[in-house]
Design a protein around this ligand. Structure first.
Ligand SMILES: [Zn+2]
Length: 507
């Protein structure tokens, strides 16, 4: 018989969600909306679907999709791209779709209206005051019919769907990891988390801390986090009524390790419930996000460096982290990069660093050899010219030399020739005027050729340069006995060359 394994579906343990106030109750009347903080997604983070009742439905006044993009850039929470169609804003008695908050992005999902069996896409959910509002797409634009389908009191099934669940699982993984990481940074290194960002999948997320960290510090935090992960510390949520007056007078209890808890509620929280997320023995932190019931699956990887941020008067640093599906994606892409590089270098992956430094060394040696050979060649070209110069015995020796060269810096070589020539010509005591040009071997309308003018008389050099500007459209300038410029387009022998020869004739 074939081996088989029976896996039970993971469910949220009954002691995950705890009401710690004797007076707080979760509304059970189907005509009353449950406030954010007590929603099904916050009581039972592994619940993927729920049958519930419609409370209200109106046409959305959200700005059209095009203006939404501009706002998005400033926000740290990722907002999904909204469709161009009209949207409905629907409030339900309860929901498994988390409205964005606490740094955690919105869920997406589907609502099925039981009366007609139709599925409606939830593109976004947001908190308005204390309540979660679902933004629902009306694909055919028939708003009136859609509003009718969402008549108050009607029954619906709200579910995350595979895509919605995959995103939610990723968000919970990163968010719960952030709580674990921030707690360890604060208690072990006295580094408070100034802010954090749940970046879009699959980039690593980050926490912002007051200073950079050494590699050893990062490794010790990572080791400790993963020790706690291996222990499978439980995550729990405690809720009670939010009383702002009481909140201020409240003496914050401390964990055994001294970390003050319940310091502040998230700024954006306007619900009626105070919610504290607890990682057993590690952390207590006010938060409205959805969190995994255990950290047992949160292998945490910290990128082993921090990125320093300098703002006008402060300096802080970002520590990047990844876990869960993003960690797998990170390993897959990193492994792909190394494998591709190894194949290009024809070696095994472990030899990549050594082979790369070998290639870089070889390249440095090759570059140096090119420089040496260029200088040797420049001297040979210069001495040939000086020999001709002596034979010509004219009052001024004028010459144009064109080269074809695919060097990254062809002007560098022309300069080397000019330096060697200037020295040799000075020794010979002759007046001279040279124009050196250089073009790449394959030319197109966007190719660049370089031009270098030099001679014994500064004024003449300048005038030749000005002529090259006006007759060939060369862009350039010069000082003293040298003038250099660039010519864009195809440099043709018998065309541009003739123009240069003609310019030289005038001097
Ligand atoms: Zn949180």
């Amino acid at each position: 018989m074939a081996a088989s394994a029976v896996l039970s579906l993971p469910v949220t343990p009954p002691d995950y969600f705890n009401v710690v106030s004797s007076t707080l109750r979760i509304p059970s009347e189907p005509q009353v909306a449950i406030p954010v903080g007590l929603l099904a997604c916050q009581r039972d983070p592994l619940l993927k679907e729920l049958k519930t009742t419609i409370i209200s439905c109106v046409r959305s006044q959200l700005p059209p999709a095009s203006t939404n993009g501009a706002k998005k850039a400033k926000k740290s929470v990722i907002t999904p791209e909204l469709p161009p169609e009209p949207l409905l804003e629907v409030v339900l008695h309860d929901t498994v779709i988390f409205p964005e908050g606490g740094g955690q992005p919105t869920d997406t999902g589907v609502i099925t209206t039981i009366s007609d069996g139709q599925d409606w896409e939830v593109v976004q959910a947001k908190r308005h005051g204390a309540y979660a509002v679902h933004y629902i797409r009306v694909p055919d634009g028939n708003i009136d019919a859609a509003i009718l389908a969402f008549s108050p009191g009607g029954s619906v099934v709200v579910f995350l769907g595979q895509k919605g669940w995959d995103n939610r699982y990723d968000h919970m993984t990163m968010h719960t990891s952030q709580h674990l990481l921030s707690a360890l940074l604060e208690t072990r290194l006295n580094l408070p988390t100034l802010s954090w960002s749940l970046t879009s999948y699959p980039s690593p997320s980050y926490v912002e801390i007051p200073r950079g960290m050494t590699r050893d510090e990062i490794m010790s935090i990572q080791d400790e986090a993963n020790r706690l992960v291996f222990e499978g510390r439980r995550v729990r949520v405690e809720v009670q009524e939010l009383d702002e007056g009481q909140e201020k007078a409240y003496e914050h209890p401390k964990l055994e390790n001294g970390r003050a808890i319940g310091k502040a509620l998230p700024n954006d929280y306007t619900g009626g419930v105070k919610r504290v997320v607890i990682i057993d023995g590690v952390d207590r932190n006010p938060c409205c996000g959805t969190h995994l019931p255990s950290i047992h699956n949160l292998q945490l990887f910290l990128l082993p460096h921090t990125e320093t941020l300098s703002r006008s008067s402060t300096t802080s640093a970002r520590l990047y982290f990844t876990a869960g599906p993003r960690l797998i994606a990170h390993l897959t892409s990193t492994h792909g990069l190394v494998t591709d590089t190894a194949s290009t270098l024809s070696c095994g992956a472990p030899s990549v660093p050594e082979r790369v430094s070998q290639v870089i060394d070889e390249r440095k040696r090759a570059e140096k050899r090119v420089v040496d050979l260029e200088s040797e060649l420049a001297k040979t070209i210069a001495s040939e010219q000086v020999r001709e110069m002596k034979l010509a015995a004219r009052s001024i020796y004028k010459k144009h030399i064109h080269r074809v060269d695919d060097a990254t810096n062809p002007l560098g070589f022309l300069n080397a020739i000019s330096v060697a020539l200037t020295e040799a010509a000075a020794a010979a005591g002759t007046s001279y005027l040279f124009v050196l040009t250089s073009s790449p071997s394959a030319q197109t309308s966007t190719s660049t050729s370089v031009i270098l003018v030099f001679g014994s008389d500064e004024k003449t050099v300048k005038e030749v340069g000005e002529h090259a500007k006006s007759k060939l459209g060369v862009k350039g300038g010069g000082k003293g006995q040298r003038w250099s410029g660039k010519f864009n387009g195809v440099w043709k022998q018998g065309r541009e060359d003739i123009v240069i020869e003609n310019i030289l004739q005038n001097f």
